[in-house]
Design a protein around this ligand. Sequence first.
Ligand SMILES: Cc1ncc(COP(=O)(O)O)c(C=O)c1O
Length: 364
Amino acid sequence: MTTTTNRIFNFSAGPCTLPLEALERAQAQFADYEGQGMSLIEMSHRSKTVDGVHNEAIALVKELLDLPDNYAVLFLGGGATLQFSMVPMNLIRNGGSADFTHSGAWAKKAIGDAKLIGNTHVVWSGEESGFTTLPDPASVQTTDGAKYLHLTSNETIGGIQWQDFPDVDVPLVSDMSSDILSRPLPIEKFGIIYAGAQKNIGPAGMGLVIVRDDILEQCPDDLPLYYNYKKHAGANAMLNTPPVFQIWMVKLVLDWLKEKGGVQWSQQMAAKRSGLLYDAMAASGGYYRCPVDEAVRSPMNVVFRLPSEELEAKFIAEALDNGMSGLKGHRSVGGCRASIYNAMPLEGAEALASFMADFAARNG
Ligand SMILES: Cc1ncc(COP(=O)(O)O)c(C=O)c1O
């Protein structure tokens, strides 16, 4: 097997850096999977081999997140975006309502799609603060008739993360696209967890969906087939041809995460990587400014500003010359953003922190 040595540090928000070990394991088996004379992605999805990989990927999600038996794991096409409509289609299309916390750009999209399908209430909004903070979870209240409370556990663009989750008498539904598998979860609070794969799990174009039994029981029979969680779960997510390549990569990425030490390891690493960057900002005497309330700063997406847009452009260009890509903030907010998901080596954060200090010294 060849080991790629010329990889740069990729700070993109997703698609993003994936574990080199997983990429190389796929590469080694890509054209001839386990001596079968064909690629895994050329095999029937009903073959024993593909079925085996699929079941292993499901088992790894269950093991790593410590899921009890009453949760189903589905790998569905359509990314996280499909879930913005699929959740309300299953839960509020035929009555009831959904409560939302509005924490930024991704929560807004989830709310927008749910509104097209049923009744929604925004029970907390961060709009006034420019989406730089989150409420005390204990203060979040639901409204009468709500079937669930939706929250975006980590706002990828705004760089904020729920550190704890509300205790309410309805199931939580969470978009965890940008922090799934980066920490242990109080899983029993959640009725549905969904995540686009392209950050901590694998290639883009697929959603990981975790659904509790009692939610499956509420799925209406009159939904179009692909929208119905219960039908997917009943068919072990083989309702149609599943995204086989993505599922294979998920298995390889999760094998890697398990070997590293699972979500306890990823949580510690996330704290170290993000600590280096937030410390670099604090040490810069105001040169780098993080707009986000300190209590909810994301360990996955570190957003920051420099004294001017010209300096930001120079910083991003020079970082690229130094082997660090993807540091431009989202086009809707500008500035800089370092996305440091599970697969970002600690050396990447160290290199960026030291570049930040050096750049500030030269351009102060
Ligand atoms: C928090 C969050 N939710 C949803 C999405 C959309 O995911 P997808 O492109 O897989 O539909 C993203 C994409 O970056 C995201 O960061």
